[in-house]
Ligand binder design. Structure first.
Ligand code: ZN
Length: 121
């Protein structure tokens, strides 16, 4: 039995009692259940989207093995699991959301890349 079916049954029983305060509390409870169901649905959708990726970290960027796509911003993925494509400009990949940037050509030996800052070591 669905939770809303239970709510309807309980509401019908409470209504028979004729206690208006109890009826109003039940209606508040019904509204809260609707909100929780909506929040739960949104969280499931978000989780399902995140699980559709098979991210691996390489060259200071994320790549999706499932979709054979990338690169994605490591900061956005690590912080909140948002798959944001990096844009390439003059050999540097940058994130249009958080401005994180990565230089793929020099990453292994002489560069350190941090959010918003490109530093030569
Ligand atoms: Zn980002």
């Amino acid at each position: 039995m669905d939770i809303l079916d239970n709510v309807k049954d309980v509401y019908a029983l409470i209504k028979k009692l004729g206690n208006q305060e109890l009826v109003e509390k039940m209606l508040d409870l019904k509204d809260q259940i609707f909100e929780l169901r909506e929040e739960n649905r949104n969280l499931k959708e978000k989780l399902s989207e995140q699980e559709s990726y098979d991210m691996y970290f390489e060259d200071n960027m994320y790549w999706d093995a499932n979709k054979k796509d990338g690169p994605y911003c490591s900061k956005c993925w690590d912080d909140n699991k948002k798959a944001i494509h990096l844009h390439k400009y003059n050999g540097i990949y940058y994130c249009p959301v958080c401005n994180n940037n990565v230089s793929k050509e020099q990453h292994n030996t002489d560069t350190f890349v941090d959010s918003n800052i490109y530093i030569k070591i």
